[in-house]
Design a protein around this ligand. Structure first.
Ligand code: 3HC
Length: 287
């Protein structure tokens, strides 16, 4: 199936980046939707800042940023956003009730041929598919933060996702310049988060137990494993609330051994969520 127009639901940390790469690398027309004007404005401001960065590094020619922005159509109304889309990528906050309700509503308004993909990092694709009358046209399309720079997309097959749906979404991901991996079974955390999030949870535990200082925990993993940033900084980058939410899903969906550490829970209770609240393990107000 040929995809011409993509709708991205949610203009937050992930949604704005997904929208940008679709318009920038894939040349797609993209409808970008959020529920309030200020969220849309914030998303568009992040896209403009990112395009400026690419331009200042010579990765975008003069005038290209304007062309990309012309392909992005910010919207508040869900029906308007999805009614002419061939592919809908849902990137609303990681909450199962919200995502299910969103899928139900999108299913009502989207054309019958349209594929609905979720950027969820941990929620069941099969369950989201069951909220629609087109589970064969539902799959996971999981980007990594920041979507503008991270090469990978995990494409996740729900129990009823058709081979055609999976192939179409793989093709779109390749067209927007990404490498893909196929997650053949819909299992909590897919591949990356099943490995990453327990590591971030253990870093929170080490810190909470006073076994090492923040900088030494991060230094150990940066230099010992060649990660681009240490696990505590990465937790701040992703958001401690998101890391906790994924930990809960792994614990409930796979094994109690994935239970969250008291240290991680404490960060969330204190709203020390990292970049998004300005303070986490690090101070982000100056960055
Ligand atoms: N758009 C365009 N350019 C950007 C950008 C953006 N959004 N963000 C950063 N850049 C540019 C910077 O301007 C900089 O350019 P320069 O090299 O010319 O100065 C370059 O990218 C590198 O950025 P920084 O100097 O700020 O920092 P780093 O060198 O540390 O690179 C990073 C940034 C790519 C984010 C790197 O730190 C990294 O790879 N970190 C790990 C990220 C990661 O693990 N992400 C996955 C998280 S897990 C996830 O998303 C799954 C979810 O489900 C939880």
């Amino acid at each position: 199936m040929e995809i011409k127009r993509i709708a991205v639901l949610g203009a937050g940390l992930m949604g704005h980046g997904i929208c940008q790469v679709a318009a920038q690398n894939g040349g797609y027309e993209v409808n970008l939707r959020d529920i309030e004007q200020r969220f849309l404005d914030n998303g568009m401001a992040m896209i403009k800042r990112s395009l400026q960065k690419f331009q200042s590094k010579g990765k975008l020619a003069e005038g290209q940023a304007a062309e990309i922005l012309n392909r992005i159509h910010p919207m508040l109304d869900l029906k308007e956003t999805v009614s002419d889309a061939d592919l809908i990528v849902e990137a609303v906050p990681e909450n199962v009730e919200l995502k299910t309700a969103t899928f139900r509503e999108v299913d009502r308004f989207a054309p019958t041929h349209a594929i609905i993909a979720s950027n969820t990092s941990s929620i069941s694709i099969t369950e989201l598919g069951s909220a629609t009358n087109r589970p064969e046209k539902v799959c996971g399309m999981h980007f990594f933060n920041p979507p503008q720079l991270m090469k990978l997309v995990e494409v996740v097959k729900g129990t009823k996702s058709s081979d055609e749906t999976i192939q179409t979404v793989l093709d779109v991901a390749h067209k927007i310049g990404k490498e893909t991996v196929l997650v053949k079974k819909d299992c909590p955390g897919f591949i990356v988060n099943r490995i990453l999030v327990p590591a971030l949870n253990e870093a929170a535990a080490l810190y909470w137990e006073g076994i090492a200082d923040r900088d030494d925990i991060d230094k150990a993993i940066k230099l010992g494993l060649n990660w681009p940033m240490g696990p505590l900084m990465l937790t701040d980058y992703i958001g401690a609330d998101t890391v906790l939410a994924i930990t809960d899903v792994l614990m409930k969906g796979i094994d109690p051994k994935f239970h969250p550490s008291p240290g991680l829970k404490q960060m969330v209770k204190a709203r020390l969520l990292g970049r998004k609240t300005g303070q986490g393990y690090y101070d982000w107000t100056q960055k």
